[in-house]
Write a protein that binds this ligand. Structure first.
Ligand SMILES: [Zn+2]
Length: 283
C-alpha cells in the first residue's frame, strides 16, 4: 500500500474525543477538543496521514490544533510533526524532546527500514522536535476538558506519557499498551513498564485507546501486564539457568503470543532486550 492509498479511520471515544487510526495498526492518534482549544496526541507516521488528521479536526471540531503532543519519540508517533508546526505548539516530555533533538532524522531512517513502501514520502520528512518540554505531569485546560499528560516512563521508552481526561475517564495509553499486536521493546525497560501499567490501573479509566490495536476498556491493561510478565519470567528463567542469549533465543517459546502480528521479529527482540537489561543485575 503506498502512502496515497492509506486512509485513516475516525472513531468517537466520548464527547469531544476521537481516535484516528491508519490501516493494519500502523499508527494512531487521538483528538481532544475542548470549548476553547484542540490538542492532538501524536502525529502519525507520515505527513499525508497527519494532513488527514488535520482535516478531521476541521470537520469535527472546527478549530485549529493549538497543541500537538508527542506521547513518546518513536517514528510512528512523530513523523507528521512538520504538518502541525509552527501553527501548533509542539509538546512532549523532556526525555522525548532530547531524544528527537539527538537522533534528528534517524527516526526517518528507522521508519523507512521497517516500512519500505512509505520511503518515497518519508524522504520528504524533516523531524521537528517538540519546542515545549515538561517533567512529571502537565495539565492543559482546553475549556470544559482538562487534559493531564502523565509521565509513565521508563517503560516502552524513557519518555512515555499517558494522556488522561479525568472527567471523561478516557486515557490514551499510546504504546504503553499494544492490543493484539506483539509490543516493540527495542528501547524498553520492562520492570518500569509493569509499574506504568499499575499506574494506568490506578487511574481507573473506562475507555483505553492504544497506539497499536483496537480501543478497549481497562481489561487491556491486565492483558498487557500478562504478556509482559510471561515474556519477562520466561526470559529470566533462561538467564537463571545460565543460558547464553543465543541458546535462549533458540529455546524460549511463548505459544500464547506467537500468533500475534509482528511476533516473529519482536519476540526475539524482547528476549534480547531483557537479557541486556537484566543480565547485569543477575550476575
Ligand atoms: Zn508506536
Amino acid at each position: 500500500m503506498t502512502t496515497d492509498e492509506l486512509r485513516i479511520a475516525v472513531q468517537p471515544l466520548g464527547q469531544g474525543i476521537w481516535r484516528c487510526a491508519a490501516p493494519n495498526n500502523m499508527c494512531s492518534c487521538v483528538i481532544f477538543a475542548g470549548e476553547r482549544a484542540v490538542l492532538v496526541a501524536d502525529s502519525m507516521v507520515t505527513p499525508s496521514l497527519a494532513r488527514q488528521v488535520k482535516t478531521a479536526v476541521q470537520q469535527l471540531a472546527n478549530k485549529p490544533v493549538r497543541y500537538l503532543f508527542n506521547t513518546h519519540g518513536d517514528s510512528d508517533h512523530i513523523l507528521g510533526n512538520q504538518e502541525f508546526w509552527p501553527e501548533s505548539v509542539l509538546l512532549s516530555h523532556r526525555l522525548t524532546r532530547e531524544r528527537l533533538l539527538t537522533e534528528g532524522d534517524g527516526a526517518v531512517q528507522m521508519a523507512k527500514a521497517s516500512r519500505p513502501n512509505l520511503a518515497p514520502e518519508l524522504d520528504q520528512v524533516r523531524v521537528v522536535a517538540p519546542e515545549v518540554a515538561f517533567e512529571g505531569t502537565l495539565e492543559l485546560d482546553l475549556g470544559g476538558m482538562l487534559v493531564e499528560c502523565i509521565h509513565m516512563g521508563p517503560a516502552h521508552t524513557s519518555g512515555d506519557v499517558a494522556v488522561w481526561i479525568p472527567n471523561r475517564r478516557v486515557v490514551f495509553a499510546a504504546d504503553l499498551i499494544f492490543n493484539r499486536v506483539f509490543p516493540v521493546t527495542r528501547n524498553a525497560d520492562v520492570r518500569g513498564w509493569l509499574r506504568a501499567l499499575d499506574r494506568l490501573d490506578e487511574l481507573q479509566p473506562e475507555v483505553v485507546a492504544v497506539g497499536h490495536g483496537d480501543v478497549g476498556g481497562p481489561e487491556l491493561i491486565g492483558q498487557m501486564r500478562e504478556l509482559l510478565t510471561t515474556v519477562r519470567d520466561g526470559t529470566l528463567d533462561a538467564l537463571s539457568r545460565g543460558l547464553s542469549l543465543e541458546e535462549a533465543l533458540q529455546e524460549i517459546r511463548f505459544p500464547a503470543y506467537e500468533g500475534l502480528p509482528r511476533a516473529e521479529e519482536r519476540i526475539p527482540q524482547a528476549i534480547q532486550r531483557i537479557y541486556k537489561n537484566e543480565g547485569m543485575r543477575i550476575e
